[in-house]
Design a protein around this ligand. Structure first.
Ligand code: G16
Length: 601
């Protein structure tokens, strides 16, 4: 933690001037999750965003904000930043625009003019500041970074710039993205009733997660229906993508090992972490992005001793900044099974609804629902609607959109992107429901099913990171639900069969030529593209004779994190999905200015 006296405009100009905009960049854009580029292109943005973060904190009356230095699932040479607003969520959309303007100001002088305008705007909005400059709010910026080699120097630029503005900086060093968001949320006291206020640092984070997870497992002892840990799900192998998640989950391993050694009887798993930083290239042939997109098991870079006896275990993969998780296993025939974000959404939403119905059999008191994106497998959407019987909303790709939709539509909003990024949001009606149930059930036997459900539900907002998707928190939640149900991964996988899918990327000269409708299910421009995609889907429906069943589906969209156009196809057969994806790739190449040689099927 450190702060300093603000420097003069000249010094601020010199700091900006020392980190000019590279000629390779015409305009920095704020992508799906913030600025993300090859690392050498970023110093200019990082200096300006250090200043920006301080101003954002000022605009919120001194509430604390966060800057996370990471390019998450991208390859090692890329870096980027995610900005956490004071509620712990993603940066407010209106301020995204200010961030882009500041990042792109052509000269230091113009940047200073913008900084001045933003300062007046920011401070003017705060009631204490209006007409009373002596009471200007403080500014506090939390900074965290992933394990990339260029993250420390980039973090230092943010820190220097924020300090130069006169902000207090809290440097957390290496942390996962969701940890930083969690610290910021708690630092500002954005807490709902059943979350215990915690210390806004790593030990506070581990404590709240580990305690609520263990307490949730303990409820399995009471109901006699769950609480069994099947032999082959006892060991939980974690592929850390050679990134920060491996380092951080290891703390849980130590906590659980200690409790197990002390004779804990409620089924803590033995955690086994693989793919630590330095053992292999970050996110390469391992991690959640690779496993989910390629539908293949990760390469394990860790040396032999750590892998003994675990190759066919119950496994999870995190991404490079540990905000996504997917589960997978090989069956006895050696067949690979993926349990992605869709499967997590099904498991979690059905669990919560089941527990709610133990208290409120009509299911009327709290509105539950799931937010998915266009990438959701068609089978998962059908299962949610027809079997879980929950509401489903489709939002645009990106946490900022799915989070907002979950918050807006539901009292308990489960959101998971198929890539494994997601969480559960609990709104005020949920807390009212818990308080009313608490009053009603007081004095009833402890192991009455409604009482057990109440205890479980009350723990969830503490276990589930309320600020953003969190691989560690989600992994513990899923593991606890499987434990309480006495399920293994196979039982979970068998809930429904995914439609075969294929995902791919195509490079084009300028991916902004492709625009889509609001939820990205159809391309709007170039006009010829959607027509051609629709014909391909119709032809595949006829070929597969799927007139009455689920129809083949294909969409394309420009990535907001990589320089590529993404393709998603699903059909009733793998060959159908593959051929639809190939056709879409070729259409993009031809109609949208593909670069290099034509894409291979
Ligand atoms: C980010 C976002 C996710 C999004 C993903 C892919 O993930 O946080 O919500 O699904 O990018 O985005 P796109 O398809 O636009 O490249 P991460 O884990 O890389 O931060």
């Amino acid at each position: 933690r450190g702060n300093s006296v603000p420097i003069s405009n000249d010094q601020l100009a010199a700091l900006i001037d020392a980190h000019p905009k590279p000629s390779a960049i015409s305009n920095y854009s704020y992508g799906t999750a913030g600025f993300r580029y090859e690392a050498s292109l970023l110093p200019c943005v990082f200096v300006r965003m250090g200043i920006f973060a301080a101003l954002r904190s000022a605009s919120l009356g001194g509430e604390e904000v966060g800057v996370m230095i990471t390019a998450s699932h991208n390859p090692e040479p890329d870096n980027g930043m995610k900005i956490a607003d004071s509620n712990g969520g993603m940066l407010d959309a209106a301020w995204e625009k200010h961030a882009v303007s500041l990042a792109n100001a052509p000269t230091p002088k113009q940047a200073l003019v913008l900084i001045d305008t933003l300062s007046k705007y920011a401070l003017g909005r705060h009631p204490l500041a209006q007409g009373n400059p002596a009471k200007l709010p403080k500014m506090v910026v939390h900074v965290g970074r992933d394990t990339r080699s260029h993250s420390p120097p980039l973090a230092n630029l943010v820190i220097r710039a924020a300090l130069a503005m006169g902000a207090t900086v809290i440097d957390h060093g290496e942390v996962s993205t969701p940890m930083l968001h969690h610290f910021v949320m708690h630092a500002n006291g954005h807490l709902l009733p059943s979350i215990i206020p915690q210390r806004c640092n790593e030990s506070g984070y581990y404590e709240i997660m580990a305690l609520s997870y263990a307490a949730l497992l303990r409820t399995g002892k009471l109901d006699g229906v769950g609480g069994k840990r099947l032999a082959h799900t006892k060991e939980l192998v974690i592929d850390g993508a050679c990134g920060i998640g491996a380092l951080k989950i290891d703390t849980f391993r130590k906590i659980f090992d200690k409790l197990n050694a002390e004779g804990c009887t409620y089924g803590l798993p033995v955690l086994c972490t693989m793919n630590f930083p330095g053992e292999g290239p970050l996110n390469e042939n391992c991690g959640a992005e690779y496993v989910q997109k390629q539908q293949l098991p990760p390469k394990l870079y860790s040396p032999e001793p750590k892998m003994l006896g675990l190759s066919k275990g119950y496994m999870t993969s995190f991404d490079g900044d540990a905000d996504r998780v997917v589960f997978h296993f090989e069956d006895t025939q050696g067949k690979f099974h993926l349990l992605d974000g869709d499967k997590i959404a099904v498991l979690v939403s059905s669990f919560i609804q089941e527990e709610l119905r133990c208290i409120d059999p009509n299911g009327q008191a709290v509105k539950c629902g799931v937010v998915q994106t266009a990438y959701a497998n068609g089978s998962s959407t059908l299962y949610l609607k027809n079997v879980v019987k929950t509401n489903v909303v489709i939002a645009k790709t990106g946490v900022k959109f799915v989070h907002a939709a979950a918050h807006h539509h539901f009292d308990v909003g489960v959101y998971f992107e198929a890539n494994g990024h997601g969480t559960v949001l609990f709104g005020p009606k949920f807390y009212d429901f818990i308080a009313a149930a608490d009053a009603r059930l007081r004095g009833t036997p402890r192991n009455n099913r409604a009482n057990i459900a109440l205890r479980r539900l009350r723990l969830l907002p503490a276990l589930v990171n309320q600020s953003v998707g969190d691989a560690m928190s989600d992994m513990l939640l899923v593991d606890a639900i499987l434990f309480l149900r006495g399920w293994d991964l196979n039982t979970w996988a068998q809930l429904y069969s995914d439609m075969p899918t294929r995902q791919a990327k195509v490079k084009v000269a300028d991916r902004t030529v492709i625009t889509t409708n609001d939820n990205e299910t159809a391309a709007v421009s170039p006009v010829a593209l959607q027509k051609a995609l629709q014909s391909a889907m119709d032809a595949m429906a006829v070929e597969e004779n799927s007139v009455d069943g689920p129809k083949p589906r294909c969409f394309v969209r420009p990535s907001g994190t990589e320089d590529a156009v993404r393709v998603y196809a699903e059909a009733n057969t793998q060959s159908g999905a593959d051929s639809l994806a190939s056709e879409a790739m070729m259409l993009i190449y031809k109609l949208c200015g593909g670069v290099g040689s034509p894409p291979q099927p």
